[in-house]
Write a protein that binds this ligand. Sequence first.
Ligand code: F6R
Length: 250
Amino acid sequence: MNQSNHPIKLVVLEDPLATAKYVADLFCDAMTENTSCVLGLATGGTPVETYRELSERNRKETCDFSSVITFNLDEYIGLEPRHPQSFRRFMQDHLFDHVNINLINTHVPDGMADDVNEECARYENRIRDAGGIDLQLLGIGHNGHIAFNEPGSPADSRTRKVALTDETIEKNARFFDSVADVPREAITMGIGTIMEAKRIVLMATGEGKREAIRKMINGPRTPDSPASLLQDHANVTVVVDRAAAGELAK
Ligand code: F6R
């Protein structure tokens, strides 16, 4: 039961595939409503099936990416765009290479920038120049992180360079040959940047995310659990499967 006084809408579905289809519907609706909408995108395991759904629908011509603009949440510092674990490469492999998007309209922070601070400012400006993000997709870390905003990240933080926590490095090591290969730093949109999106959809599946979801929805608003700060946003939908919902499904 959602006992907190905030407008977060919780949608509990049977399994991960149902969450992927639901979120794909929301994205297709946004693209139909506004063909040049601005989408905020996430990487990680959770949205992979959603991107597969969207690719399939684009192939069937039921959703059109031709005028859409995208901004990804984050990127590792020090990985070339072509590196198999860079988030740019992830987006190419899972979505951009399969849909009719114009690559010029796709934005991922440049983890190879000589001047990282300048790159962060440039990224913020690009989002602003595009008119802001209409629909932002988020995943959630076990520790409640959103993008690479780890516990302790300020509510008003902007796009910036961050150090990854040991927990996040260990979790992400599954995508690399070894823990030692995981970059220690990243560029991430800030919580303040994310909060400016007009609408936010956060997805989570599996029992391992249950506690993070519970704290996000029923816990206090605190930077110790960054996702809980979304309680202050007026238009957030959290889409979870039964395993991630746990008691909240009752
Ligand atoms: C991804 C991102 C991360 C992930 C989160 C969950 O761009 O910013 O915050 O959303 O770590 O990752 P998965 O989906 O792999 O559990």
